[in-house]
Design a protein around this ligand. Structure first.
Ligand SMILES: Cc1cc2nc3c(=O)[nH]c(=O)nc-3n(C[C@H](O)[C@H](O)[C@H](O)COP(=O)(O)OP(=O)(O)OC[C@H]3O[C@@H](n4cnc5c(N)ncnc54)[C@H](O)[C@@H]3O)c2cc1C
Length: 370
């Protein structure tokens, strides 16, 4: 039997962005129905590397990333648990003089956007991190960046939103959505129909399809980063580590497992599948051992991938649709939307409730792809 719901806001997608929006909207008193084809927080939000970093982002993203940063400290208050977030700092390594020059230029630009980075020379980097290999010639540190457990954060936002009164429907695939002049109608498999004044498209890697239903341009490519984790090892990698160029990144969790990523796996949004590729894992492992020789011989116990949407300019689309001001998009996070998620939820809520947001999101307008 088909079911009909009427709500202020319908949300397509239960990743961190969608669930954080649901929570924020409920706190401002709006009714919310959130639909996810799988389980909340099981998409990119649940399988990512867990990097909660501002360093290395496009300057256009820094205001949003700055807004997100204190929310990570406040997770216990916001969603009832800390998601294993720790401000371990994020170190970006240089493996050549050219890399070091790139880090210096970035640090100067970042400072103008309020992000303080500390450049570390060749001797100091070895003093601070004696386990780094000889190929590392310097680094840039963002001491206040960190890392978290992605498996915990999205579901925690979903549970908090549900406790706050959001109607969250999992295993509910949206098959179409349209605007009838006054309201949106969102139709899910099984016959559920949701009528809403506002519609939020936070469908992750699939959001381009939703945007197309409304005639919005969305050149979203599929991104499937390749991830792996080792057996537990004695703890020594105290920071989250990346490299200039981004081709490998690593962190160690308290239990000792070393999580690392680098390169692309395989993914297909129509098949709803992502897979790691063994040659990619091997290449990332070789780069990792170059960087941290002590990891030679560590046993990889699991590898995986996930699906995110990538925009041609590697920054997201956030804001109203071109044809329907009450349709809001937030997608195309291009492999770095986990850190932003809690702030994206707040921004979407402000756009609906206040008609504007205090965070600069001009660069994210969908009109740039017109
Ligand atoms: C392997 C990997 C590593 C990454 N590492 C990092 C990192 O270290 N740091 C970082 O900041 N970012 C990282 N990212 C990026 C980050 O995970 C994503 O940008 C972010 O989680 C996107 O959140 P989201 O809520 O927009 O999308 P998602 O978490 O993908 O959620 C979208 C949801 O929409 C649902 N959906 C889609 N279509 C429909 C439909 N038709 N009907 C109903 N539901 C639908 C999906 O089921 C999904 O649950 C990584 C991504 C991947 C894949």
């Amino acid at each position: 039997m088909s079911e009909r719901l009427t709500t202020d806001v319908a949300i397509i997608g239960g990743g961190t962005a969608g669930c954080a929006a649901a929570l924020a909207l409920r706190k401002r008193g709006l009714s919310v129905v959130l639909l996810d084809k799988g389980f909340c927080g099981a998409g990119a939000s649940g399988v990512n590397f867990g990097g909660v970093r501002r360093q290395g982002r496009s300057f256009a993203e820094l205001p949003l990333a700055a807004r997100a940063r204190p929310l990570w400290d406040r997770l216990p208050e916001l969603v009832g648990e800390d998601g294993e977030f720790k401000a371990t700092g994020h170190v970006k390594l240089a493996r050549s003089e050219a890399d070091m020059a790139t880090l210096e230029t970035y640090a100067q630009g970042a400072a103008e956007h309020g992000l303080d980075l500390k450049l570390i020379g060749p001797n100091a980097v070895r003093d601070a991190y004696p386990w780094l290999g000889p190929k590392v010639v310097g680094a840039s540190l963002c001491a206040d960046d960190g890392q978290a457990n992605p498996r915990l954060v999205g579901p925690a936002f979903a549970r908090a939103a549900r406790r706050a009164g959001a109607d969250i429907r999992e295993l509910t695939r949206v098959e179409s959505a349209s605007f009838g002049g006054e309201t949106f109608e969102t139709v899910a498999a099984g016959g559920l129909r949701v009528e809403s004044r506002w519609l939020i498209n936070v469908a992750g890697a699939w959001a381009g399809k939703v945007a197309e239903w409304f005639g919005d341009p969305a050149p979203v490519a599929t991104l499937a980063p390749n991830m792996a984790v080792t057996e537990p090892l004695p703890f020594f990698i105290s920071r989250s580590i990346g490299v200039c160029g981004g081709d490998v990144y690593v962190r160690q969790v308290d239990r000792g497992n070393v999580v690392f990523g680098g390169g692309a796996g395989w993914g297909d949004i129509d098949l709803d599948r992502a897979r790691p590729l063994a040659p990619t894992t091997e290449t990332a492992m070789a780069k990792l051992i170059d960087m941290i020789p002590a990891l030679k011989g560590a046993m990889v116990i699991r590898s995986w991938s996930g699906l995110d949407g990538e925009m041609p300019d590697h920054i997201p689309v956030i804001g109203p649709g071109l044809h329907h001001p009450r349709l809001l998009h937030a997608f195309g996070f291009s492999g770095h939307g986990f850190q932003l998620g809690p702030a994206v939820g707040e921004v979407l809520c402000e756009l609906i409730v206040d008609g504007e947001t205090s965070t600069d999101i001009k660069a994210f307008a969908i009109a740039r792809f017109q």
